[in-house]
Unconditional design. Structure first.
Lengths: 457, 320
């Protein structure tokens, strides 16, 4: 390739990319080109242009790289970790409520030998223990770690109280009921509020993390545009100097930076979409429905306690009514479940919530009938409604409600996990990719321009 | 020369990127050392020291133990109503062992109070099962009678003048009194509890006597049975309330015993609506019968007797 360097009109030098070297400042514009006149200044100018281009390209690469790295970190550590923490907290909350409700139901007459309730209790305890390990794993602050330690110490205390209750119960002694109530109170009044605190923190952090994980790359995009601008300007400069339309090196560099910019925008957009979806279809319903599920378990315990411990100082029937009103409202058309039905738009989720609303209404009706039976002297009939899986209206409705809410919660948790994973994988390879593209752009533009510069030597 | 410039530039760029990446990766990994938590093993609702209810001035405006003369007349409207219904509805306790409790395994009600109530049903219907029990708390007893939700209440209810203003009482069917339950290894003298923690249910007048009569530190809980947990856990030195309730507790744990003399007198009566004097007279006839035919002794021996020792039914007193 033979290069024919020509002098360019000095006035066309772009001020932004031209180093201010006073002694090389061109004299007033000449009418005719004067070959060789600028041979001394052209390589210097081109070198300076190259330096500026390189700085801007590396800036673009580094900001894009860090944007993507930060985003991936936030998704993984903040979104993922807080999310796992929130899910584990919800899981523990539900597991403990499940276990407690099953333990209480086992104290209904004739239920002590129920293997099903024993299984429910044991499953609940083992789920709660597993959730504690996750919580311990994911807790990052001293406060969280302290709460997890307290929960961890509370669980064996709870099971100890339950076992004492069962030992008394097995002998037909009502003191077992006192231990049962004491165990329930430990769960309801000590452990669950602590889990609730973890959950609230995790959800708040998750909201913050969502903001930064889905935020627009405000540094990287302008940096990329600036680099593209500099490359364009450099090429323009080069083509005027060399009278060649395209410098292959600079063109390749431009292409690399263009790809980088596009990749950055697409990965941001996809990740943000998944992060937002994980929030609206995952953690939001999970929060609403987990709380509903816990209420349901508590109502179940209260229903059992109206049959076995009414007359003690706690009014279990009033507590049942309060929870039921919270779930579906006085009219069966409001409350958190009906609200959830209106608020979320995932069809599968709403099918579960719809089932839950129906079951809650049935249960409410069955419970009123159950209380009427008990108050009317038919204790055995009332107990049968509460425990009989074939004919017990209250039991059947509770089971349906439990099943529907379990399915809804699992769906929401799964949604969150898959969306967060998808968001993270949208950023897969961006680190390596951005580095390679930046390096490629730098090498290409360096080689391309260096060739031209060397022709002046 | 030119190659070295290019190489140098590239090397510089790559170094910049690598250094930046390493800086980003060096984020701290916070781990925390947590002190072993101070876990509260106590039942919820423990108040230590307890809030002592204000001493109520003894209302001696009446002769509380005097009731209506016994009569097996069933003509009164309230008895006619019960007969027409086919069963007697009685408010009871279902959590006090030996007194009024539901057998956890069978769901059947039993206890001293329950068996007394069944005798009344027997005299009305000739059937001890023609009865419906409604479990209620102490606070629910008087309203239930006033609202006629139940015909009678047989639930460790102490006869006094204040209550006579709202409900009518039968003659005394049992004389209870506040005593103390302690671990079997403790001294038999309640005086030794002075300065130690003794438990009772919140809001009860027993708390006052724990302080005044025993010189102990009262600790309150929600239900009597929670006191028993505190005794078993060694958090308190003993618990104190009516001896019949303590008997039920001691019967469930052979490592405890009931000690001392009564530090209060609690005459128990069957309560009815204030207007239902005909029913009260009928109940008094039943109480008369069971005192005379040995049923009372039989019921006592089958429930409280083994723990509290021998006892005889209190003598009835009447208004005229």
């Amino acid at each position: 390739m033979t290069a024919v360097p020509t002098s360019a009109a000095p006035a066309t030098h772009p001020p932004s990319t031209t180093p201010a070297i006073p002694q090389q400042r061109p004299e007033p514009p000449a009418k005719a080109p004067r070959p060789r006149r600028s041979t001394r200044s052209t390589p210097v100018r081109l070198t300076a242009t190259l330096a500026v281009v390189l700085v801007l390209v590396v800036t673009a690469g580094v900001t894009a790289f860090f944007d993507s790295l930060d985003r991936a970190t936030v998704i993984d550590e903040a979104s993922g970790q807080r999310g796992r923490m929130a899910i584990a907290a919800f899981e523990m909350y539900r597991a403990l409520s499940d276990a407690d409700s099953a333990a209480t139901s086992a104290f209904l007459p004739g239920q002590f030998a129920s293997t099903e309730l024993a299984d429910d209790y044991e499953t609940g305890i083992s789920r709660a223990s597993t959730a504690i390990t996750t919580l311990a794993d994911e807790s990052t602050t001293l406060e969280q770690a302290t709460i997890v330690a307290e929960l961890s110490a509370g669980l064996p205390t709870y099971t100890g109280l339950i076992e004492t209750a069962r030992a008394y119960h097995r002998q037909g002694l009502p003191l077992g009921l006192a231990y049962l109530r004491s165990a329930s109170a430990l769960v309801q009044e000590d452990m669950l509020p602590k889990i609730d605190r973890l959950q609230t923190h995790a959800m708040a952090d998750l909201g913050d993390a969502k903001g930064s994980a889905a935020g627009f790359p405000w540094l990287a995009v302008p940096a990329c545009l600036l680099a593209l601008l500099a490359l364009g300007r450099g090429q323009f400069d080069l083509s005027r100097t060399t009278k060649r339309l395209v410098n292959p090196g600079a063109a390749a560099a431009t292409l690399a930076v263009l790809v980088l910019t596009g990749w950055l925008l697409v990965s941001w957009n996809v990740a943000a979409g998944h992060i937002n979806a994980g929030h609206t279809a995952g953690t939001q319903p999970l929060e609403a429905l987990s709380n509903a599920h816990i209420d349901v378990q508590q109502a179940r315990s209260n229903e059992a306690l109206t049959l076995i411990a009414q007359g003690a100082n706690t009014d279990y029937e009033a507590e049942f009514r309060t929870i039921m009103t919270e779930l579906i409202g006085e009219d069966g058309e409001s409350g958190v479940l009906n609200e959830a039905l209106r608020r979320f738009d995932d069809p599968q989720l709403n099918a579960y919530i719809g089932d839950a609303v129906d079951a809650a209404r049935d249960w409410n009706t069955a419970h009123v009938a159950l209380r009427e039976l008990d108050d009317g002297g038919d204790y055995a009939g009332a107990v049968a409604s509460a425990v009989d899986t074939d004919d017990g209206a209250a039991r059947i409705a509770f089971d349906a409600l439990d099943t529907a809410l379990t399915a809804a919660n699992e769906l929401a948790a799964e949604k969150f996990t898959t969306e967060t994973d998808a968001a993270a994988s949208a950023l897969d390879l961006t680190g390596v990719g951005f580095t390679v593209l930046t390096a490629a752009a730098m090498i290409a533009v360096s080689i391309g321009m260096q060739r031209r510069i060397s022709e002046y030597r | 020369m030119k190659t070295t410039t290019v190489t140098r530039t590239i090397r510089l760029a790559i170094t910049t990127v690598v250094v930046a990446v390493l800086a980003g990766c060096a984020a701290a990994d916070p781990r925390h050392t947590v002190e072993p938590p101070d876990i509260d093993f106590l039942p919820q609702g423990v108040t230590d020291p307890a809030e002592i209810p204000e001493a109520t001035t003894v209302d001696d405006s009446c002769d509380p133990l005097a009731s209506f003369r016994p009569s097996d007349d069933t003509d009164s409207p309230e008895i006619q109503h019960i007969l027409a219904r086919g069963r007697l509805i009685v408010g009871v306790d279902q959590t006090s062992y030996l007194l009024g409790y539901r057998d956890p395994l069978t769901g059947e009600m039993d206890g001293f109070d329950i068996r007394i109530a069944r005798e009344i049903a027997f005299d009305l219907f000739g059937d001890r099962d023609a009865i419906q029990f409604k479990a209620m708390s102490s606070a629910e007893r008087e309203p239930a009678l006033e609202d006629e939700d139940v015909d009678l209440v047989v639930r460790t209810m102490t006869i006094n003048c204040a209550r006579w203003k709202n409900v009518a009482f039968s003659t005394e069917y049992y004389r209870a009194g506040q005593k103390v339950l302690v671990p079997v290894t403790a001294s038999d003298d309640p005086a030794d509890l002075a300065g130690q923690k003794v438990c009772s249910a919140e809001g009860s007048t027993s708390l006052l006597r724990i302080e005044q009569e025993l010189g102990a530190i009262p600790v309150s809980v929600r239900d009597w049975s929670d006191c028993m947990i505190l005794v078993q856990q060694g958090y308190v030195a003993g618990m104190s309330t009516d001896d019949v309730i303590l008997a039920g507790m001691a019967a469930q744990d052979p490592n405890t015993k009931v000690i001392g003399e009564r530090i209060s007198e609690e005459p128990y009566g069957v309560a009815a609506n204030l207007e239902h004097t005909g029913l009260v007279a009928f109940v008094n006839a039943t109480l008369d019968r069971i005192r005379d035919d040995g049923t009372w002794e039989e019921i006592y021996a089958g429930t409280l007797g083994p723990i509290l020792g021998e006892a005889t039914p209190p003598d009835p007193q009447y208004r005229d």
